[in-house]
Design a protein around this ligand. Structure first.
Ligand code: C5P
Length: 420
């Protein structure tokens, strides 16, 4: 379950409460689950635990001030809010909840919460009287009505010596609920097959032809699909990434191996997403020994590799197919041509290369334009994990309609048009 937290960017807000020491355990567990964590502390929180503790545990500088010229240039409130996949405030004091309810932005944590458009969860911790007070309860109702998630608080003995509701939930319980945030269920029961990364086409035993694909986009999509409830198989070229949790990852090297592996999986597939940067050509005759350097020019003969995506669409038209178009210019028009030529349901177009390479190969960020025969949606530059979730949301939305339309036209072909 906590594997859903892998590769997530979590902003952890820590406010002034005796339970602030438990936030250290939350950071530790988040890191163990594979999240990247940035801690934002309120001034009061620093009275309970030092920023140094969180810096050491998170491996990142701790964010303390709203108006800090240096911090704003590096990662200020807007960039922190944009960076986050989720914001968790644990412990959340009564005062912080009141400020959040009011939509204040006069300290860093409340400003980040206001600027974020990602899931926001609060785990309150306070004296039981303060929790049951009408003011706090009204604030909680207000926050819930804005879609803010509430984790706890728990009933039990308190640091002040009283007993009642107001204890911070245990870190594991908090993280289990946070992990739920990343499970959409949008692809429940569906089987998704992906290709990712580059392929390597050998020239001789020591050399090969390849490209700059890092596999990051494909791996992020595989994880997003698994989080959406799909059973995911990822066929990956050589990359330096760990296989995403809950995904069956099958490593291959060459385009031909990738093709064979894909074909074997087709009968278990509902949706095929081809993110791999497959080499278009392979060396026709791979030299059995290392080719020796001579003063004469060397000519390599290349043969065309199979177009995996195009072949899948031809062999299995019942599979919903998504392709990628990495282009250095004329990105969307070329994606539209690919959409038609390959007869697929969606092409995700992205700009690669050039001096202003803001996304694409190797980068942690990307922006995509999703082209379908009927529509065109641009996903603005964001971390690949976020872009991947947005892409999966679009696929999950259009898949059922596409399937229905396909079934209806198949029936018309078999039985003719029904009378009006
Ligand atoms: O224009 P191109 O054929 O390279 O289109 C790119 C799309 O096709 C990508 O989705 C890529 O994964 C897929 N592709 C493929 N097999 C190839 C070449 C491209 O599946 N041999």
């Amino acid at each position: 379950m906590l594997e859903r937290l892998a590769n997530k960017h979590i902003v952890l807000g820590v406010t002034g409460s005796i339970a602030a020491y438990k936030a250290a355990d939350i950071v530790r567990r988040l890191r163990e689950a594979g999240s990247e964590v940035r801690v934002v502390m309120t001034r009061a929180a620093t009275e309970f635990v030092t920023p140094m503790t969180f810096q050491a545990l998170s491996g990142n500088p701790v964010h303390l001030h709203l108006l800090d010229a240096q911090a704003e240039a590096a990662m200020g409130h807007i960039s922190l809010a944009r960076w986050a996949d989720a914001i968790l405030v644990a412990p959340a004091s009564a005062d912080f909840l009141a400020r959040l309810r009011q939509g204040r932005a006069d300290d860093l944590l409340s400003a980040v919460c206001l600027a974020g458009d990602v899931p926001l969860a609060v785990a309150p911790a306070m004296n039981q009287r303060m929790w049951s007070d009408r003011a706090t309860q009204e604030n909680i109702q207000g926050l819930k009505s804005r879609g803010i998630l509430l984790f706890g608080p728990e009933d039990g003995s308190q640091a002040c010596g009283e007993t009642g509701v107001g204890r911070l939930q245990e870190p594991l319980q908090i993280l289990t609920q946070l992990a739920e945030v990343f499970s959409s269920g949008a692809l429940d029961g569906l089987r998704v097959l992906l290709t990712a990364g580059p392929t390597r086409e050998p020239i001789d035993p020591v050399r090969y032809i390849s490209n700059h694909s890092s596999g990051k986009m494909g791996y992020a999509i595989a994880q997003a699909a698994a989080e959406a409830g799909a059973r995911v198989t990822l066929i990956s070229g050589p990359v330096a990434l760990s296989p995403p949790p809950s995904v069956l990852t099958l490593p291959v090297v060459t385009a031909l191996q990738m093709f064979e592996c894909v074909v074997q999986q087709l009968k278990h597939t509902d949706i095929f997403i081809a993110t791999a940067a497959v080499a278009d050509y392979r060396v026709t005759e791979v030299a059995p020994q290392k080719i020796k350097k001579t003063s004469a020019p060397l000519t390599l003969q290349l043969s065309l590799n199979p177009d995996i995506l195009g072949q899948v669409k031809q062999q299995a038209p019942h599979i919903y197919c998504v392709g990628f178009a990495a282009e250095t210019e004329q990105v969307v028009p070329r994606a539209r041509i690919k959409l038609q030529q390959k007869g697929v349901e969606m092409i995700a177009a992205n700009q690669v290369g050039g001096e202003n390479n803001l996304g694409g190969f190797s980068s942690d960020n990307n922006s995509l334009t999703l082209c379908t025969p009927e529509s065109e949606v641009t996903l603005a530059l964001a971390p690949k994990a976020k872009i991947a979730r947005e892409l999966i949301t679009h696929v999950a939305r259009s898949y059922p309609l596409w399937r229905q339309t396909r079934k209806a036209s198949a029936q018309i072909l078999r039985f003719g048009k029904p009378p009006l």
